[in-house]
Write a protein that binds this ligand. Structure first.
Ligand code: SAM
Length: 305
């Protein structure tokens, strides 16, 4: 049969037999296999990842209990070796020696894609330097999931990892990113989220942003809005539960101009602030005249909006 001509689809022959992963496990080649694991929903793991994790000689992982639970779920009994920031320097030569000896070793992190704010970079660097084969089995990643859900420009983005936890260093890091003409993606702890958003609003102004929480999990939520409104929301509500990613639009992509959006912003702000503060916050965020925004906030607060 001719390959599919669907421009959105892969060019796969439609009558090809499905490969059977259960019956014919292929032995992974010697070398390093970087395997992505789920970020919340245990079913977000690829067939190839399972096949590889079942077939390698050992799995290096951050926490043997966390990875052990995932492996138990899929009936995988491959030996687990701890590889984390405290023992990496000692473990790395051992892992490299195994691979040089012809073993296939997988590296996984507690969740998502290894090396992305997780251990593995030096292992990859040294494996490459030693001429060992290195491959990646792609899968879940919180930064990309948050970016694509944010509704913010996705054509160019900068993954900025975790900001410093100390306020002064965090503000400096944000100021350094201010001119970057791209959407910014940050990992953040829920406890630090309110302070981080306050600093981001102060440093970056009224840019559109999104807080993506508990991705792929039961209580997945994406809260979108201008930075000052998001900052006001979390200042009021306090730290959220679960894990979060913060996505901030590029310079020039400031708040929407539509009246309907103004009302939505005001309602959101009024949920946690006085009319005066809500109007001031939204006026700053949208760049609209304070008087006009205040009048609209009053209408909404009185129930006549
Ligand atoms: N390697 C992982 C990846 O590929 O996404 C990231 C590991 S990093 C140590 C953990 C951070 O990722 C969390 O603090 C949070 O910012 C983000 N994260 C991980 N899982 C998440 C989820 N399900 N929802 C939202 N954020 C998540």
């Amino acid at each position: 049969m001719a390959p599919s001509s669907d421009p959105d689809g892969p060019e796969l022959p439609t009558d090809a037999a499905e490969p059977s992963f259960a019956d014919t496990p292929r032995k992974p080649a010697p070398g390093l296999h970087l395997v992505a694991t789920p970020i919340g929903n245990a079913r977000d793991i690829t067939l190839r990842a399972l096949e590889t994790l079942r077939g390698v000689d050992a799995i290096a992982c951050e926490d043997t209990r966390t990875t052990g639970r995932l492996m138990a779920r899929y009936g995988i009994a491959t030996p687990l070796l701890p590889y984390h920031e405290h023992n990496a320097a000692k473990m790395r030569p051992q892992l490299l020696a195994r691979m040089a000896d012809g073993q296939a070793v997988a590296l996984v992190s507690d969740a998502g894609t290894p090396l992305i704010s997780d251990p593995g970079y030096k292992l990859v660097r040294e494996a490459v330097a030693a001429g060992l084969a290195v491959t990646h089995l792609p899968g879940a990643n919180a930064a990309v999931t948050a970016l694509v859900l944010s509704g913010l420009p996705s054509d160019r983005f900068l993954y900025a990892g975790f900001l410093p936890s100390k306020a002064a260093a965090r503000r400096t890091a944000l100021a350094d990113l201010k001119a970057v003409p791209a959407t910014l993606v940050f990992y953040e702890s829920p406890q630090r989220l309110p302070d981080m958003l306050a600093d981001a609003a102060e440093t970056l102004g009224g840019r559109e942003a999104a807080v993506a929480r508990e991705l792929t999990k039961l209580f997945e939520e994406v809260r979108r809005g201008p930075l000052p409104v998001l900052a006001a929301h979390y200042a009021q509500s306090g730290p959220p539960k679960g894990e979060v990613v913060v996505v901030i639009g590029p310079p020039g992509d400031t708040a929407a101009e539509e009246p309907a959006d103004l009302d939505a912003l005001l309602r959101d702000a009024l949920a946690g602030m006085s009319v005066r503060d809500a109007a001031a916050t939204v006026a700053t965020a949208t760049g609209r005249p304070r008087k006009e925004v205040y009048a609209r906030a009053l209408d909404i607060a009185k129930g006549s909006g």
